[in-house]
Design a protein. Structure first.
Length: 325
């Protein structure tokens, strides 16, 4: 009773996991042409979702652009009159709205697009890999959105305040719609990418390229790299924007060390369990070899004994000589 209720050790779980993974993957196999048909259907559905999202975003393009202009409006100097943006060609507003609808449409349709992609690749993954891929997708979307919102709420105001400070009552800025959209979009994309750092480090820790020990040793060098990256990605030379990009990178890097520590600890335990499995198998194989050797020796000894007995039985018996007294 006590032995049945005991806790399973890691190497026993590893031994049970392999056949389950093989059976799980075998049940989802498809012919090659069936994969092509499945891919065509998924791409078609994703395209329909994107077209629908593009149409909705194009209809609300002016509202979206007004939302993106708000950080500039908030820091616009009062001595330069009402805030405004201009266009340098007749077609610029149309292409700005097209570009805005395109990017916003990709963002809006991304959950549906990734869902179709997931439905295509999920049958080829193990059950554990499916859970991990789902976690990566959800965390990636959350981190990217968090980075873009952080940029919109805290960074763009200080950036635009510095840039428009060059304007005066005599030299007013004439900001083109396209250039403003490009700058705002690039900044939000850059911060969204920067906030993916914990996910990148977590992935590198899973594949074994980094550990929490190596990350902690590299911490002081990463602080320097963060400020260099902040100086490169931020278009303005003001220190505030660079600090506001470097600070989240440093914080996220140190938080990633905790995740890498958990991954490394789990991987080292799994490696120790695998080493125990290999050692047990080697001991079992060695014991089996010793048993086979013992059986061979016993068989040889039995054969030699049988041959000796046969030879002894085949020799003619010598009768004793009768001599007369």
């Amino acid at each position: 009773m006590a032995s049945a209720a005991r806790k399973r050790v890691p190497h026993e779980e590893l031994l049970e996991e392999a056949p389950k993974n093989a059976a799980d993957l075998e049940g989802s196999r498809m012919p090659f042409l069936a994969h092509l048909v499945e891919l065509k259907g998924r791409v078609t559905k994703a395209a329909f979702f994107f077209l629908g999202a593009f149409g909705v975003c194009f209809y609300f393009a002016q509202d979206i652009f007004t939302f993106l202009k708000q950080p500039l409006w908030d820091v616009w100097p009062k001595d330069m009159g009402p805030p405004n943006v201009v266009f340098g060609s007749l077609t610029e507003p149309f292409w700005v709205e097209m570009s805005l609808a395109l990017w916003a449409g990709v963002f809006l349709a991304s959950p549906f697009i990734f869902y179709q992609l997931w439905k295509f690749i999920a049958p080829g993954l193990y059950k554990k890999e499916r859970r991990l891929a789902t976690l990566f997708a959800v965390c990636s979307a959350i981190l990217f959105i968090a980075g873009a919102l952080f940029c919109y709420q805290f960074v763009l105001h200080s950036l635009y305040k510095f840039l428009v400070s060059y304007g005066t009552a005599d030299t007013k800025p004439m900001i083109l719609m396209e250039s403003y959209l490009d700058l705002t979009r690039d900044m939000m994309l850059a911060f969204g990418a920067v906030f993916e750092l914990p996910l990148l480090i977590f992935f590198l820790a899973i594949v074994g390229l980094v550990t929490h020990r190596s990350l902690w040793k590299f911490n002081r060098w990463f602080i320097v790299i963060a400020f260099v990256v902040g100086a490169i990605l931020t278009p303005s030379p003001d220190v505030v924007s660079q600090i506001m990009m470097a600070t989240p990178m440093i914080v996220l890097y140190n938080l990633s060390i905790i995740g890498a520590w958990r991954v490394t600890l789990k991987r080292e335990r799994k490696a120790a369990a695998q080493a125990a499995i290999d050692r047990i198998r080697e001991e079992e194989e060695e014991a089996a070899r010793q048993v086979r050797k013992a059986k061979k020796r016993a068989a040889k000894a039995a054969k030699a004994k049988a041959e000796a007995e046969a030879a002894a039985a085949a020799e003619p018996k010598q009768l004793p000589d009768k001599t007369e007294d």
